[in-house]
Design a protein around this ligand. Structure first.
Ligand SMILES: [Zn+2]
Length: 222
C-alpha cells in the first residue's frame, strides 16, 4: 500500500489548489465548478444489456478531462472523487426522470488487484460511495469481480475493447443481485464496452435492470 501513503503525503504537504485557476483552497473552486455545462435532461440510452445511462457532461470538456486525469493517474488525487461526484449530483437534481433508486443497489465497476495496488484506490468505488450517500442507495460489494488484468482499454479501438473484456468479469454471491435493479457506476463512458460487458455478466447472474451512471460520456468516434 505504498501508493496510499504517497497519496497521504501528497495531500498533507501540498496545498490544495484549483486545477483550473490555481486558486488555493480546493482542487476545484466554486467558480470553476460553475463553468461546467451540466446536462439538464435525460434521454434513454439502451445497449444490449444496459437498460439506461446517466452522465453529467460530455467528456470533450478539457477541464473534466484534466480532473479525471489527475484523479486516475499521477498524482492520483483521490479527493477529486468529491468534486467529480458533485457534478453528478448537480445533474441528477436537474432531472425530471431520475435513475430508479427505489429498491435499487449500487455496484461500482471493479478493478483487478494489480491496478488497485498501482492506483491505491478504485476510482469507480470512490464515486459509488459518494453516490450511495447522496441517493441513499446501498452499495453491494464482492459481487462483480475483475479476474485478470487486461491491456489498458484506452489503447484499443471499439472492437478490440470488446474482445479485450471477454471473460474478464465474473459474478459471485449471485443471491445478492437476484431480481435487483442495479446502478452500475464508472468514471467515464467511452465506447461503452466496460459497462456492456459488466451489465451482461450481472444480467446473466439474475439482475433485473441495469442503469449505468458515469461522470462524463465521450462522443462515439466515427
Ligand atoms: Zn478555479
Amino acid at each position: 500500500m505504498k501508493k496510499n501513503f504517497k497519496n497521504f503525503l501528497y495531500e498533507l504537504f501540498f496545498p490544495k489548489f484549483c486545477l483550473n485557476c490555481k486558486r488555493e483552497g480546493s482542487f476545484l473552486c466554486e467558480d470553476c465548478a460553475a463553468l461546467f455545462e451540466i446536462s439538464g435532461f435525460h434521454k434513454v440510452l439502451k445497449t444490449k444489456h444496459l437498460d439506461d445511462l446517466y452522465f453529467a457532461l460530455e467528456y470533450k470538456n478539457p477541464l473534466i478531462k484534466k480532473l479525471i486525469q489527475n484523479y486516475k493517474y499521477e498524482p492520483f488525487i483521490k479527493e477529486l472523487s468529491k468534486p467529480l461526484s458533485s457534478l453528478l449530483f448537480a445533474h441528477l437534481q436537474l432531472l425530471d426522470i431520475p435513475p430508479p433508486i427505489h429498491e435499487s443497489i449500487i455496484i461500482p465497476i471493479p478493478l483487478e488487484k494489480k491496478r488497485l495496488k498501482w492506483r491505491g484506490f478504485n476510482q469507480a468505488e470512490e464515486l459509488a460511495v459518494e453516490l450511495s450517500s447522496f441517493l441513499s442507495v446501498p452499495i453491494v460489494k464482492n459481487v462483480l469481480i475483475k479476474k485478470h488484468s487486461t491491456v489498458a482499454q484506452t489503447k484499443l479501438s471499439g472492437n478490440k475493447r470488446r474482445e479485450n473484456l471477454l471473460g474478464v468479469f465474473t459474478c459471485q454471491n449471485k443471491l445478492k443481485i437476484k431480481n435487483k435493479k442495479i446502478l452500475l457506476i464508472d468514471d467515464i463512458y467511452t465506447t461503452g464496452s466496460t459497462l456492456e460487458a459488466t451489465a451482461k455478466v450481472l444480467k446473466n447472474s439474475g439482475a433485473k435492470e441495469i442503469t449505468g451512471i458515469v461522470i462524463a460520456k465521450a462522443k462515439p468516434k466515427r
